[in-house]
Design a protein around this ligand. Structure first.
Ligand SMILES: Nc1ncnc2c1ncn2[C@@H]1O[C@H](COP(=O)(O)OP(=O)(O)OP(=O)(O)O)[C@@H](O)[C@H]1O
Ligand SMILES: O=P(O)(O)OC[C@H]1O[C@](O)(CO)[C@@H](O)[C@@H]1O
Ligand SMILES: [Mg+2]
Length: 469
Protein backbone atom coordinates (compact mmCIF):
# COMPACT_ATOMS: atom_id res chain seq x y z
CA UNK A 1 0.00 0.00 0.00
CA UNK A 2 1.57 3.30 -1.13
CA UNK A 3 1.17 5.84 1.63
CA UNK A 4 0.60 9.51 0.91
CA UNK A 5 0.95 12.41 3.29
CA UNK A 6 -2.79 12.65 3.84
CA UNK A 7 -2.91 8.99 4.94
CA UNK A 8 -0.65 9.92 7.83
CA UNK A 9 -2.61 12.93 9.11
CA UNK A 10 -4.42 12.41 12.42
CA UNK A 11 -7.85 13.80 13.25
CA UNK A 12 -8.15 16.93 15.40
CA UNK A 13 -11.33 17.61 17.39
CA UNK A 14 -10.96 21.33 16.78
CA UNK A 15 -8.87 24.43 17.27
CA UNK A 16 -6.61 24.63 20.34
CA UNK A 17 -7.56 27.81 22.16
CA UNK A 18 -6.57 27.09 25.76
CA UNK A 19 -3.12 27.96 27.03
CA UNK A 20 -1.19 24.82 27.81
CA UNK A 21 0.34 24.57 31.31
CA UNK A 22 3.47 23.42 29.47
CA UNK A 23 3.55 26.37 27.07
CA UNK A 24 6.64 27.91 28.66
CA UNK A 25 8.45 24.59 28.42
CA UNK A 26 8.08 24.48 24.64
CA UNK A 27 7.83 28.16 23.77
CA UNK A 28 11.09 28.49 21.86
CA UNK A 29 11.96 24.88 21.18
CA UNK A 30 13.19 24.15 17.70
CA UNK A 31 13.61 20.84 15.94
CA UNK A 32 16.98 19.25 16.69
CA UNK A 33 18.42 15.72 16.71
CA UNK A 34 16.84 15.46 20.15
CA UNK A 35 13.53 17.30 19.75
CA UNK A 36 10.80 17.70 17.13
CA UNK A 37 9.08 21.05 17.45
CA UNK A 38 5.32 21.48 17.32
CA UNK A 39 4.13 21.52 13.72
CA UNK A 40 7.17 19.68 12.43
CA UNK A 41 6.77 16.17 11.06
CA UNK A 42 8.81 12.96 11.14
CA UNK A 43 9.43 11.24 7.81
CA UNK A 44 7.98 7.81 7.21
CA UNK A 45 10.99 6.74 5.13
CA UNK A 46 14.56 6.77 6.35
CA UNK A 47 16.80 5.82 3.43
CA UNK A 48 17.91 7.89 0.47
CA UNK A 49 16.63 5.34 -2.02
CA UNK A 50 13.18 5.20 -0.42
CA UNK A 51 12.93 9.01 -0.45
CA UNK A 52 14.31 9.14 -3.97
CA UNK A 53 11.74 6.65 -5.24
CA UNK A 54 8.93 8.91 -4.10
CA UNK A 55 10.11 11.76 -6.34
CA UNK A 56 8.38 14.31 -4.11
CA UNK A 57 9.32 17.65 -2.60
CA UNK A 58 10.00 17.51 1.18
CA UNK A 59 6.62 19.01 2.07
CA UNK A 60 4.83 16.31 0.03
CA UNK A 61 6.68 13.36 1.59
CA UNK A 62 4.62 11.04 3.83
CA UNK A 63 5.38 12.00 7.41
CA UNK A 64 3.90 11.75 10.90
CA UNK A 65 2.83 14.63 13.13
CA UNK A 66 5.27 15.02 15.99
CA UNK A 67 4.03 14.05 19.45
CA UNK A 68 4.74 16.19 22.48
CA UNK A 69 3.42 19.15 24.47
CA UNK A 70 1.77 22.03 22.58
CA UNK A 71 1.67 25.75 23.31
CA UNK A 72 -2.14 25.69 23.04
CA UNK A 73 -4.48 22.84 23.94
CA UNK A 74 -8.01 21.91 22.92
CA UNK A 75 -9.50 20.88 26.24
CA UNK A 76 -9.80 23.02 29.33
CA UNK A 77 -8.17 20.71 31.92
CA UNK A 78 -10.78 21.75 34.49
CA UNK A 79 -13.44 20.19 32.26
CA UNK A 80 -11.62 16.94 31.49
CA UNK A 81 -12.65 13.55 32.84
CA UNK A 82 -10.25 10.94 31.53
CA UNK A 83 -10.85 7.21 31.17
CA UNK A 84 -8.27 4.43 30.87
CA UNK A 85 -8.86 0.88 29.63
CA UNK A 86 -6.35 -1.96 29.15
CA UNK A 87 -7.32 -4.86 26.92
CA UNK A 88 -6.10 -8.13 25.41
CA UNK A 89 -3.15 -10.21 26.54
CA UNK A 90 -0.98 -9.01 29.43
CA UNK A 91 2.26 -7.24 28.63
CA UNK A 92 5.11 -5.95 30.82
CA UNK A 93 4.66 -2.23 31.39
CA UNK A 94 0.86 -1.97 31.41
CA UNK A 95 0.96 -0.61 34.96
CA UNK A 96 3.78 1.75 33.98
CA UNK A 97 1.57 3.21 31.26
CA UNK A 98 -1.39 3.60 33.63
CA UNK A 99 0.85 5.24 36.23
CA UNK A 100 2.38 7.58 33.66
CA UNK A 101 -1.04 8.62 32.32
CA UNK A 102 -2.36 9.38 35.81
CA UNK A 103 0.74 11.30 36.85
CA UNK A 104 0.91 13.41 33.69
CA UNK A 105 -2.81 14.21 33.69
CA UNK A 106 -2.81 15.12 37.36
CA UNK A 107 0.54 16.79 37.90
CA UNK A 108 1.15 18.55 34.58
CA UNK A 109 -2.40 19.25 33.41
CA UNK A 110 -4.22 19.38 36.75
CA UNK A 111 -6.98 17.06 35.52
CA UNK A 112 -9.07 16.21 38.54
CA UNK A 113 -10.96 13.07 37.50
CA UNK A 114 -9.53 9.87 35.99
CA UNK A 115 -11.61 6.68 35.77
CA UNK A 116 -10.11 3.26 35.31
CA UNK A 117 -12.48 0.89 33.50
CA UNK A 118 -12.09 -2.68 34.72
CA UNK A 119 -11.26 -5.80 32.70
CA UNK A 120 -10.87 -4.36 29.25
CA UNK A 121 -13.76 -3.09 27.16
CA UNK A 122 -16.07 -5.33 29.20
CA UNK A 123 -15.75 -2.54 31.76
CA UNK A 124 -17.46 -0.12 29.35
CA UNK A 125 -20.59 -2.21 28.92
CA UNK A 126 -23.84 -1.21 30.66
CA UNK A 127 -23.44 -4.01 33.17
CA UNK A 128 -20.02 -2.86 34.39
CA UNK A 129 -19.84 0.86 33.53
CA UNK A 130 -20.24 2.01 37.14
CA UNK A 131 -17.64 -0.37 38.55
CA UNK A 132 -14.67 1.92 37.85
CA UNK A 133 -11.51 2.74 39.80
CA UNK A 134 -10.82 6.37 40.73
CA UNK A 135 -7.19 6.77 39.66
CA UNK A 136 -4.99 9.22 41.56
CA UNK A 137 -1.21 9.51 41.98
CA UNK A 138 -1.56 7.85 45.38
CA UNK A 139 -3.52 4.90 43.98
CA UNK A 140 -0.93 4.28 41.24
CA UNK A 141 2.20 5.15 43.20
CA UNK A 142 3.67 1.64 43.34
CA UNK A 143 1.70 -0.26 40.69
CA UNK A 144 4.67 -0.43 38.30
CA UNK A 145 6.36 -2.77 40.78
CA UNK A 146 4.07 -5.57 39.71
CA UNK A 147 3.32 -7.05 36.30
CA UNK A 148 -0.09 -7.21 34.68
CA UNK A 149 -2.60 -4.34 34.93
CA UNK A 150 -4.33 -3.10 38.06
CA UNK A 151 -7.42 -2.53 35.91
CA UNK A 152 -7.61 -6.08 34.65
CA UNK A 153 -8.03 -7.03 31.00
CA UNK A 154 -10.23 -9.25 28.86
CA UNK A 155 -10.99 -10.52 25.40
CA UNK A 156 -14.30 -10.64 23.60
CA UNK A 157 -16.44 -8.23 21.58
CA UNK A 158 -18.46 -5.28 22.89
CA UNK A 159 -20.90 -2.92 21.17
CA UNK A 160 -19.31 0.43 20.28
CA UNK A 161 -22.51 2.44 20.83
CA UNK A 162 -23.07 0.86 24.23
CA UNK A 163 -19.53 1.83 25.17
CA UNK A 164 -20.02 5.39 23.90
CA UNK A 165 -23.14 5.57 26.05
CA UNK A 166 -20.88 4.71 28.99
CA UNK A 167 -18.46 7.52 28.15
CA UNK A 168 -21.36 10.00 27.95
CA UNK A 169 -23.00 8.75 31.16
CA UNK A 170 -19.72 8.86 33.08
CA UNK A 171 -18.76 12.24 31.58
CA UNK A 172 -15.53 10.91 30.04
CA UNK A 173 -14.23 13.21 27.27
CA UNK A 174 -10.75 11.71 26.91
CA UNK A 175 -10.29 7.92 26.62
CA UNK A 176 -6.93 6.16 26.60
CA UNK A 177 -6.98 2.66 25.10
CA UNK A 178 -3.96 0.50 25.91
CA UNK A 179 -4.31 -2.49 23.62
CA UNK A 180 -3.04 -4.56 20.72
CA UNK A 181 -4.45 -4.87 17.23
CA UNK A 182 -7.79 -5.84 18.72
CA UNK A 183 -7.78 -2.94 21.13
CA UNK A 184 -6.81 -0.54 18.34
CA UNK A 185 -9.67 -1.91 16.23
CA UNK A 186 -12.03 -1.28 19.11
CA UNK A 187 -10.66 2.23 19.59
CA UNK A 188 -11.23 2.93 15.90
CA UNK A 189 -14.83 1.77 16.12
CA UNK A 190 -15.36 3.82 19.26
CA UNK A 191 -13.96 6.95 17.60
CA UNK A 192 -16.22 6.38 14.60
CA UNK A 193 -19.30 6.02 16.81
CA UNK A 194 -18.29 9.16 18.72
CA UNK A 195 -17.85 11.08 15.46
CA UNK A 196 -21.21 9.83 14.14
CA UNK A 197 -22.87 11.24 17.25
CA UNK A 198 -20.99 14.53 17.01
CA UNK A 199 -19.50 14.10 20.48
CA UNK A 200 -16.42 15.95 21.74
CA UNK A 201 -14.53 12.92 23.04
CA UNK A 202 -10.87 12.16 22.23
CA UNK A 203 -9.77 8.54 21.81
CA UNK A 204 -6.01 7.96 22.07
CA UNK A 205 -4.37 4.57 21.60
CA UNK A 206 -1.22 3.36 23.33
CA UNK A 207 -0.35 0.27 21.25
CA UNK A 208 0.49 -2.79 23.35
CA UNK A 209 1.44 -6.37 22.67
CA UNK A 210 4.35 -8.61 23.54
CA UNK A 211 4.15 -10.01 20.00
CA UNK A 212 5.31 -6.72 18.50
CA UNK A 213 2.78 -7.42 15.73
CA UNK A 214 1.70 -3.78 15.30
CA UNK A 215 3.11 -1.75 12.37
CA UNK A 216 4.39 1.83 12.28
CA UNK A 217 6.15 1.64 15.60
CA UNK A 218 9.78 0.84 16.30
CA UNK A 219 8.76 -1.78 18.86
CA UNK A 220 5.71 -2.15 21.06
CA UNK A 221 6.29 -1.51 24.74
CA UNK A 222 6.89 -4.59 26.88
CA UNK A 223 8.36 -6.50 23.97
CA UNK A 224 11.93 -6.07 25.23
CA UNK A 225 10.99 -7.19 28.74
CA UNK A 226 9.14 -10.21 27.36
CA UNK A 227 11.94 -11.43 25.12
CA UNK A 228 14.51 -10.82 27.87
CA UNK A 229 12.48 -13.15 30.09
CA UNK A 230 12.13 -15.66 27.24
CA UNK A 231 15.92 -15.66 26.76
CA UNK A 232 16.35 -17.00 30.30
CA UNK A 233 14.38 -20.10 29.36
CA UNK A 234 16.53 -20.64 26.28
CA UNK A 235 19.60 -20.61 28.51
CA UNK A 236 18.03 -23.22 30.80
CA UNK A 237 17.12 -25.52 27.96
CA UNK A 238 20.54 -25.09 26.39
CA UNK A 239 22.24 -26.11 29.65
CA UNK A 240 19.94 -29.10 30.04
CA UNK A 241 20.31 -30.31 26.44
CA UNK A 242 24.10 -29.91 26.37
CA UNK A 243 24.40 -31.98 29.56
CA UNK A 244 22.66 -35.01 28.08
CA UNK A 245 23.85 -37.37 25.37
CA UNK A 246 21.68 -36.76 22.30
CA UNK A 247 20.12 -33.87 24.22
CA UNK A 248 17.13 -32.19 22.56
CA UNK A 249 16.30 -28.78 24.02
CA UNK A 250 13.03 -27.20 22.86
CA UNK A 251 11.55 -23.84 24.00
CA UNK A 252 8.13 -22.81 22.74
CA UNK A 253 7.54 -19.06 23.01
CA UNK A 254 4.54 -16.79 22.61
CA UNK A 255 4.01 -15.07 19.29
CA UNK A 256 0.66 -15.96 17.71
CA UNK A 257 1.45 -14.86 14.16
CA UNK A 258 4.72 -12.93 14.49
CA UNK A 259 8.00 -14.54 15.50
CA UNK A 260 9.77 -11.50 16.97
CA UNK A 261 10.03 -12.92 20.50
CA UNK A 262 11.56 -16.15 19.19
CA UNK A 263 14.03 -14.22 17.02
CA UNK A 264 15.15 -11.69 19.63
CA UNK A 265 15.26 -14.16 22.51
CA UNK A 266 17.34 -16.54 20.38
CA UNK A 267 19.73 -13.76 19.39
CA UNK A 268 19.93 -12.49 22.98
CA UNK A 269 21.34 -15.82 24.17
CA UNK A 270 22.82 -16.88 20.83
CA UNK A 271 22.36 -20.48 21.92
CA UNK A 272 19.71 -21.67 19.48
CA UNK A 273 20.63 -24.00 16.66
CA UNK A 274 17.24 -23.86 14.99
CA UNK A 275 14.61 -21.09 15.20
CA UNK A 276 11.10 -21.69 13.88
CA UNK A 277 8.72 -18.77 13.36
CA UNK A 278 5.24 -18.43 11.79
CA UNK A 279 6.60 -16.34 8.91
CA UNK A 280 9.01 -18.98 7.61
CA UNK A 281 7.47 -22.33 6.68
CA UNK A 282 9.36 -25.57 7.19
CA UNK A 283 8.99 -29.26 6.40
CA UNK A 284 9.44 -32.07 8.90
CA UNK A 285 10.43 -34.86 6.54
CA UNK A 286 12.92 -35.18 3.71
CA UNK A 287 16.65 -34.57 3.31
CA UNK A 288 16.13 -30.88 3.85
CA UNK A 289 13.45 -31.32 6.50
CA UNK A 290 13.66 -30.41 10.15
CA UNK A 291 14.03 -33.98 11.38
CA UNK A 292 17.07 -34.65 9.17
CA UNK A 293 18.68 -31.40 10.27
CA UNK A 294 18.07 -32.13 13.93
CA UNK A 295 19.68 -35.54 13.44
CA UNK A 296 22.71 -33.99 11.75
CA UNK A 297 23.04 -31.48 14.58
CA UNK A 298 22.87 -34.17 17.25
CA UNK A 299 25.38 -36.36 15.44
CA UNK A 300 27.76 -33.42 14.85
CA UNK A 301 27.36 -31.55 18.13
CA UNK A 302 25.86 -34.11 20.53
CA UNK A 303 22.76 -32.01 21.22
CA UNK A 304 20.47 -29.43 19.64
CA UNK A 305 18.60 -26.34 20.89
CA UNK A 306 15.37 -25.46 19.11
CA UNK A 307 13.38 -22.26 19.69
CA UNK A 308 9.87 -22.37 18.25
CA UNK A 309 7.26 -19.63 18.20
CA UNK A 310 3.85 -20.99 19.16
CA UNK A 311 2.44 -19.87 15.79
CA UNK A 312 5.05 -21.69 13.71
CA UNK A 313 4.24 -24.85 11.77
CA UNK A 314 0.46 -24.48 11.87
CA UNK A 315 0.39 -25.74 8.28
CA UNK A 316 2.35 -28.83 9.34
CA UNK A 317 -0.19 -29.44 12.11
CA UNK A 318 -3.06 -28.91 9.67
CA UNK A 319 -1.59 -31.48 7.25
CA UNK A 320 -1.74 -33.97 10.12
CA UNK A 321 -5.29 -33.01 11.10
CA UNK A 322 -4.03 -31.60 14.39
CA UNK A 323 -5.63 -28.15 14.09
CA UNK A 324 -9.06 -27.20 15.46
CA UNK A 325 -9.89 -25.62 12.11
CA UNK A 326 -11.45 -22.19 12.53
CA UNK A 327 -11.38 -22.25 16.34
CA UNK A 328 -10.91 -18.76 17.80
CA UNK A 329 -10.70 -17.07 21.19
CA UNK A 330 -13.39 -14.64 22.43
CA UNK A 331 -11.82 -11.83 20.39
CA UNK A 332 -11.69 -13.82 17.18
CA UNK A 333 -7.97 -14.60 17.36
CA UNK A 334 -7.09 -17.97 15.84
CA UNK A 335 -6.57 -20.78 18.34
CA UNK A 336 -3.23 -22.43 17.63
CA UNK A 337 -2.30 -26.09 17.41
CA UNK A 338 0.49 -27.27 19.72
CA UNK A 339 3.61 -27.25 17.55
CA UNK A 340 5.70 -27.97 20.65
CA UNK A 341 4.01 -31.30 21.22
CA UNK A 342 4.41 -32.30 17.57
CA UNK A 343 8.12 -31.47 17.63
CA UNK A 344 8.71 -33.44 20.81
CA UNK A 345 6.94 -36.50 19.46
CA UNK A 346 8.32 -36.52 15.92
CA UNK A 347 11.91 -35.64 16.86
CA UNK A 348 12.04 -38.32 19.58
CA UNK A 349 10.63 -40.95 17.22
CA UNK A 350 12.94 -39.98 14.37
CA UNK A 351 16.13 -40.00 16.45
CA UNK A 352 15.23 -43.27 18.16
CA UNK A 353 14.61 -44.86 14.78
CA UNK A 354 17.99 -43.51 13.65
CA UNK A 355 19.65 -45.43 16.50
CA UNK A 356 20.16 -42.47 18.85
CA UNK A 357 18.88 -42.18 22.44
CA UNK A 358 17.29 -38.73 22.62
CA UNK A 359 16.82 -36.97 25.96
CA UNK A 360 14.19 -34.26 25.43
CA UNK A 361 14.12 -31.17 27.62
CA UNK A 362 11.00 -29.10 26.77
CA UNK A 363 10.02 -25.73 28.26
CA UNK A 364 6.92 -23.73 27.39
CA UNK A 365 7.21 -20.56 29.54
CA UNK A 366 3.92 -19.36 28.06
CA UNK A 367 2.46 -16.68 30.37
CA UNK A 368 5.68 -16.43 32.39
CA UNK A 369 7.20 -14.13 29.77
CA UNK A 370 4.40 -11.55 29.76
CA UNK A 371 3.37 -11.33 33.39
CA UNK A 372 6.72 -9.89 34.51
CA UNK A 373 7.32 -6.25 35.35
CA UNK A 374 8.83 -3.98 32.71
CA UNK A 375 12.61 -3.81 32.60
CA UNK A 376 14.27 -0.41 32.98
CA UNK A 377 14.17 0.26 29.24
CA UNK A 378 10.46 -0.53 28.92
CA UNK A 379 9.64 1.38 32.10
CA UNK A 380 11.09 4.54 30.58
CA UNK A 381 9.45 3.80 27.24
CA UNK A 382 6.04 3.29 28.87
CA UNK A 383 6.32 6.48 30.86
CA UNK A 384 7.24 8.54 27.81
CA UNK A 385 4.47 6.95 25.74
CA UNK A 386 2.06 7.88 28.51
CA UNK A 387 3.31 11.48 28.63
CA UNK A 388 2.90 11.82 24.87
CA UNK A 389 -0.53 10.18 24.92
CA UNK A 390 -1.70 12.82 27.40
CA UNK A 391 -0.21 15.65 25.29
CA UNK A 392 -2.04 14.27 22.23
CA UNK A 393 -5.37 13.99 24.03
CA UNK A 394 -5.17 17.44 25.62
CA UNK A 395 -4.35 18.88 22.18
CA UNK A 396 -7.59 17.40 20.89
CA UNK A 397 -6.09 14.67 18.72
CA UNK A 398 -8.34 11.64 18.33
CA UNK A 399 -8.42 8.28 16.56
CA UNK A 400 -4.67 8.56 17.10
CA UNK A 401 -2.07 6.10 18.35
CA UNK A 402 1.05 7.44 20.05
CA UNK A 403 4.15 5.50 19.09
CA UNK A 404 7.89 5.86 18.65
CA UNK A 405 8.94 5.86 15.02
CA UNK A 406 12.62 6.11 14.04
CA UNK A 407 13.18 6.94 17.72
CA UNK A 408 10.88 9.99 17.61
CA UNK A 409 7.49 10.04 19.35
CA UNK A 410 4.79 10.62 16.75
CA UNK A 411 1.03 10.43 16.13
CA UNK A 412 -0.19 7.61 13.89
CA UNK A 413 -3.77 7.53 12.56
CA UNK A 414 -5.59 4.58 14.13
CA UNK A 415 -6.61 3.13 10.72
CA UNK A 416 -2.91 2.84 9.87
CA UNK A 417 -1.95 1.01 13.04
CA UNK A 418 -4.55 -1.67 12.24
CA UNK A 419 -3.89 -1.71 8.47
CA UNK A 420 -1.78 -4.85 8.62
CA UNK A 421 0.21 -7.04 10.98
CA UNK A 422 3.87 -6.42 11.70
CA UNK A 423 5.72 -9.64 10.89
CA UNK A 424 9.30 -10.83 10.66
CA UNK A 425 10.37 -10.35 7.03
CA UNK A 426 12.07 -13.55 5.81
CA UNK A 427 14.11 -11.28 3.51
CA UNK A 428 14.85 -8.75 6.23
CA UNK A 429 17.97 -8.15 8.31
CA UNK A 430 16.50 -9.57 11.53
CA UNK A 431 15.92 -13.01 10.00
CA UNK A 432 19.33 -12.75 8.34
CA UNK A 433 20.87 -12.22 11.79
CA UNK A 434 19.07 -15.30 13.06
CA UNK A 435 20.40 -17.31 10.13
CA UNK A 436 23.90 -15.99 10.72
CA UNK A 437 23.70 -16.75 14.44
CA UNK A 438 22.49 -20.29 13.82
CA UNK A 439 25.03 -21.05 11.11
CA UNK A 440 22.45 -20.88 8.38
CA UNK A 441 24.31 -18.52 6.07
CA UNK A 442 27.92 -19.66 6.16
CA UNK A 443 29.04 -18.85 2.65
CA UNK A 444 29.71 -22.00 0.64
CA UNK A 445 33.41 -22.29 -0.09
CA UNK A 446 32.69 -23.71 -3.53
CA UNK A 447 30.88 -20.53 -4.58
CA UNK A 448 27.43 -22.19 -4.85
CA UNK A 449 24.48 -19.83 -4.52
CA UNK A 450 22.77 -20.26 -1.18
CA UNK A 451 19.14 -21.28 -1.32
CA UNK A 452 16.94 -19.13 0.84
CA UNK A 453 17.00 -21.30 3.93
CA UNK A 454 13.70 -22.36 5.46
CA UNK A 455 15.39 -23.47 8.62
CA UNK A 456 18.57 -21.79 9.79
CA UNK A 457 20.88 -23.90 11.86
CA UNK A 458 22.37 -26.42 9.50
CA UNK A 459 25.43 -27.81 11.25
CA UNK A 460 28.43 -25.66 10.53
CA UNK A 461 30.86 -27.57 8.33
CA UNK A 462 33.75 -25.16 8.14
CA UNK A 463 35.48 -25.02 4.77
CA UNK A 464 33.13 -27.28 2.91
CA UNK A 465 30.51 -24.52 2.99
CA UNK A 466 27.10 -25.36 4.33
CA UNK A 467 23.77 -26.22 2.87
CA UNK A 468 21.83 -23.08 3.57
CA UNK A 469 20.26 -23.38 6.98
N1 LIG B 1 -11.83 -6.60 15.17
C1 LIG B 1 -12.26 -5.96 16.27
N2 LIG B 1 -13.13 -4.94 16.18
C2 LIG B 1 -13.52 -4.28 17.29
N3 LIG B 1 -13.10 -4.55 18.53
C3 LIG B 1 -12.23 -5.57 18.66
C4 LIG B 1 -11.75 -6.32 17.56
N4 LIG B 1 -10.89 -7.28 18.02
C5 LIG B 1 -10.82 -7.10 19.35
N5 LIG B 1 -11.62 -6.08 19.75
C6 LIG B 1 -11.76 -5.56 21.10
O1 LIG B 1 -10.47 -5.36 21.64
C7 LIG B 1 -10.31 -6.16 22.81
C8 LIG B 1 -8.91 -6.76 22.82
O2 LIG B 1 -8.68 -7.49 21.61
P1 LIG B 1 -7.79 -8.82 21.68
O3 LIG B 1 -8.34 -9.71 22.72
O4 LIG B 1 -7.65 -9.35 20.29
O5 LIG B 1 -6.37 -8.36 22.24
P2 LIG B 1 -5.41 -7.25 21.64
O6 LIG B 1 -5.90 -5.89 21.98
O7 LIG B 1 -5.16 -7.55 20.20
O8 LIG B 1 -4.09 -7.45 22.50
P3 LIG B 1 -2.99 -8.63 22.34
O9 LIG B 1 -2.77 -8.84 20.87
O10 LIG B 1 -1.79 -8.08 23.04
O11 LIG B 1 -3.54 -9.84 23.01
C9 LIG B 1 -11.38 -7.21 22.73
O12 LIG B 1 -11.79 -7.57 24.03
C10 LIG B 1 -12.50 -6.48 22.01
O13 LIG B 1 -13.22 -5.69 22.94
O1 LIG C 1 -4.03 -14.44 26.72
P1 LIG C 1 -4.49 -15.56 25.90
O2 LIG C 1 -5.94 -15.42 25.51
O3 LIG C 1 -4.13 -16.90 26.43
O4 LIG C 1 -3.74 -15.41 24.49
C1 LIG C 1 -2.36 -15.69 24.38
C2 LIG C 1 -1.87 -14.83 23.25
O5 LIG C 1 -1.78 -13.48 23.68
C3 LIG C 1 -0.48 -12.98 23.33
O6 LIG C 1 0.30 -13.01 24.47
C4 LIG C 1 -0.55 -11.58 22.81
O7 LIG C 1 -1.45 -11.52 21.77
C5 LIG C 1 0.06 -13.95 22.29
O8 LIG C 1 1.48 -13.97 22.26
C6 LIG C 1 -0.49 -15.25 22.77
O9 LIG C 1 -0.61 -16.20 21.72
MG1 LIG D 1 -3.85 -8.88 19.26
Amino acid sequence: MTLHLDDLRVRHLGECRHDSPLADLVADKKTSPHYVSEGDRVLLDDTVSMLDRRGMTPDQLPSFEAAGPRRKIYFDPAEVTAGIVTCGGLCPGLNDVIRGLVQELTVQYDVKRILGFRNGFRGLTAQHRHDTVDLTPDVVRDIHNSGGTILGSSRGGQDADEMVDTLVLRGVNVLFVVGGDGGMNAATNLAAAIRARGLDIAVIGVPKTIDNDLPYTDQSFGFQSAFAQAANFISSVSIEASASPDGIGIVKLMGRHSGFIACYASLARNAADIVLIPEVPFRLEGEDGLLARVERHVRDKGFVVIVVAEGAGQDVLAERGLLQGGATDASGNAKLGDIGLLLRETISAHLTEAGLSPTVRYIDPSYAIRSVTANAYDSVYCLRLAHNAVHAAMAGRTETAVVRWRRRFVHVPMPLIISHRNEVDPDGDLWMSVQEATGGLVAPSDGRKLDRPGIPGAPRQRGAGVVAG
